[in-house]
Design a binder for this molecule. Sequence first.
Ligand SMILES: *[C@@H]1O[C@H](CO)[C@@H](O)[C@H](O)[C@H]1NC(C)=O
Ligand SMILES: *[C@@H]1O[C@H](CO)[C@@H](O)[C@H](O)[C@H]1NC(C)=O
Ligand SMILES: *[C@@H]1O[C@H](CO)[C@@H](O)[C@H](O)[C@H]1NC(C)=O
Ligand SMILES: *[C@@H]1O[C@H](CO)[C@@H](O)[C@H](O)[C@H]1NC(C)=O
Length: 312
Amino acid sequence: MASFHNKLFFSSLLIFCNLVLEVYSRGPVYRPPDVELLTDRFSQVSVAQSYNVSFGGSNIGVTNNGTSADLSLDKSSGSGLVSKSKYFYGFFNAALKLPAGFTSGVVVAYYLSNADVFPHNHDEIDIELLGHEKRRDWVLQTNIYGNGSVRTGREEKFYLWFDPTEGFHNYSILWNNHHIVFLVDNVPVREFVHGNAIGSVYPSKPMSVYTTIWDGSEWATHGGKYPVNYKFAPFVVSMRGIEMEGCVLNQRASCSRSSLSSLDPVDGEQFAKLSSQQMTGLDWARRKHMFYSYCQDKNRYKVLPPECNAKQ
Ligand SMILES: *[C@@H]1O[C@H](CO)[C@@H](O)[C@H](O)[C@H]1NC(C)=O
Ligand SMILES: *[C@@H]1O[C@H](CO)[C@@H](O)[C@H](O)[C@H]1NC(C)=O
Ligand SMILES: *[C@@H]1O[C@H](CO)[C@@H](O)[C@H](O)[C@H]1NC(C)=O
Ligand SMILES: *[C@@H]1O[C@H](CO)[C@@H](O)[C@H](O)[C@H]1NC(C)=O
């Protein structure tokens, strides 16, 4: 009996110590619920074939025979890539490994935009990874602008459930006529439904896909309290596992925008709604990891944007 109790005591102690160690060394380990792997449904394309330089070409290195790239930010410049094609809708993924160490003020952005073609009424769907003044608290911010609605910020912010500097993780945007879904390692973290409330503010003109790294000193880390410290430069983001599939501008015959067709790779029925498994993932991500939503920001919006109250 005594030895049984001893064993129990020691194993409890062990579990407790492990817990303490885990919390103090790298935070608790969160395991997301299982979700279907959307990224497995599409084939990967090379960086060289699918992207052009957008800016800072001398800070971009294409590696692994064109399949991956390193983009850096130093005192002289940031850098960015832009897709060769424009899309009416699609599924877009990049596996990114973020710069380690002190990265306050640094912004890594993976986004869709058509600001180059529609400067006054552009659309934009953003994933922005915001650096930090500590060791590993990267923030994931999502945002949406439709038809020039830039005065209404629709930000939502999350902490990640892993260290994004230790390895590659998938960041994806699904955008079609039904909804916009932001996913991290295939777990939906935000769904923006194309309901009546949103109306003309839903992004609906063709967009290009961008991956960029730049200096966001004025706002990125605690509202600009911590600017970029170039003592720690260069800041390098590595990208691979590129997927871009959907309705390409100038190849309209290949798209079925109006009718649901299961043959269509992204606008088919399985992309029109989240599955129950994905809803479980979405719920988990929002309950455990979201720390800001514009829909809960009553200081900023005396009257919340209409979609916040709408039953979508
Ligand atoms: C990212 O997606 C690719 C393709 O589906 C997959 O092989 C890889 O394991 C994913 N990475 C993570 C961290 O989920
Ligand atoms: C490098 O890429 C080219 C073009 O995509 C391909 O033909 C070639 O086989 C690749 N080489 C290797 C070693 O993978
Ligand atoms: C991408 O670069 C190629 C070669 O420089 C150029 O012909 C093409 O127009 C560019 N595409 C876009 C969308 O800028
Ligand atoms: C987008 O905004 C422009 C004015 O900037 C307006 O003329 C147009 O009708 C809007 N588009 C939609 C789809 O509402």
